[in-house]
Ligand binder design. Sequence first.
Ligand SMILES: Cc1cc2nc3c(=O)[nH]c(=O)nc-3n(C[C@H](O)[C@H](O)[C@H](O)COP(=O)(O)OP(=O)(O)OC[C@H]3O[C@@H](n4cnc5c(N)ncnc54)[C@H](O)[C@@H]3O)c2cc1C
Length: 384
Amino acid sequence: MTIRFEPSPESETAAKLRAEVRAFLREEIAAGSFDPSRVEPQAKFDRAFSARVGARGWIGMTWPREMGGHGRSFAERYVVTEEMLAANAPIRAHFVADRQSGPVLIKYARPEVRDQLLPRIVAGELSFCIGMSEPDSGSDLFAARAKATRTNAGWSLSGTKLWTTLAHKADWMIGIFRTSPSTEDNRRHGLTQFLIDMTSPGITVRPVLFPSGEHDFNEIVFDDVFVPDEHVLGELGDAWKQATSELAFERSGAERFLETFGLLAPLVDLIGPAPQLREAESLGRMVARLHTYRHMAMAVSGTMDRGGEPVAEASVVKAGGTQWEQAMVIEARRISRLIDDDGPARDRFEDALQRITAFAPKVTIQGGTIEVLNGIVARALGLR
Ligand SMILES: Cc1cc2nc3c(=O)[nH]c(=O)nc-3n(C[C@H](O)[C@H](O)[C@H](O)COP(=O)(O)OP(=O)(O)OC[C@H]3O[C@@H](n4cnc5c(N)ncnc54)[C@H](O)[C@@H]3O)c2cc1C
């Protein structure tokens, strides 16, 4: 396997769509539906906003029309995501379902389950969470111990999931549970993906607070939670294959370099229209790297449009993009200390800096750590 980033410049259709999304966001901001200066993730969950995005046709964009989607390209979805993230729009109520749960359902759910859920996801009505990590199994997903036991009418789930983002707000989870022991020659075997109704009896969702005290992710205890047979996704024991392609969706987007982006505009304002050489040089370096990751992410979308599964390329974008996000915060703080301005621009910058500094450490851990991503890249290059 090699790693390739085929240039995928923006098409005319995508450029037109970008203008539409910007106009929509301007209207939303003018109507007071969200505050674009709220940079922290917790501010970005709003079901009513998701319903309006759904009404525009911007959820499930790449899904087949016969399944309720809009049959558009990944490049177009990229444009919508990028504009929403850059504006700090509250897209988290539908984001996980749009990015990865929907595609998993399309591939692996039974037709009646798809018919029931996909149109509601596309309408922005349903929120999903991802139940992969456990107390002793994060990077090593295949060590998962939470188990599913056969009952007469379906399955009984028991065990604990950890770090589950937005589980306290989600309607559904797609989770990985052990349905049989791993085999000697394949330790990945025996894990199965389930679709779980988060209102099921036996589920306890406990908050795990960020160091800032905010509630974004959770520990979830499953105590004899019933799941019907029709909510098994794909083949029994095959979750490892299915989850691998899910992770390509999870790691490839603009969210992998735009989570701390909310600091850049306040920094530009603080620097002002006549930067000193050192400020211009610093800003130039930051923006050049951002531009590069952006084009790499667009290339990943282009590959997905051509039917590829750019798992290694997505890992390069996520590993590099998230490290850029953290480095940018440190550099912005450094350069800001050299600027002599105590006005409102300073206040706006310091506020954004404080909020972003509190959550920036997470970006290189969630969705796969740097070391794990580097391992995937090394394997793709034939180095291990
Ligand atoms: C903000 C946030 C949100 C999250 N949301 C979710 C969610 O919604 N659903 C979900 O399922 N999970 C979620 N996670 C969990 C996340 O996927 C795991 O934290 C991550 O995969 C790392 O696993 P771990 O925490 O068990 O660390 P470990 O796997 O124990 O890793 C500890 C250290 O060892 C290193 N390491 C581990 N294995 C290797 C290896 N093979 N080679 C080299 N180094 C290695 C790691 O890089 C890391 O530095 C979230 C995490 C965060 C921080």
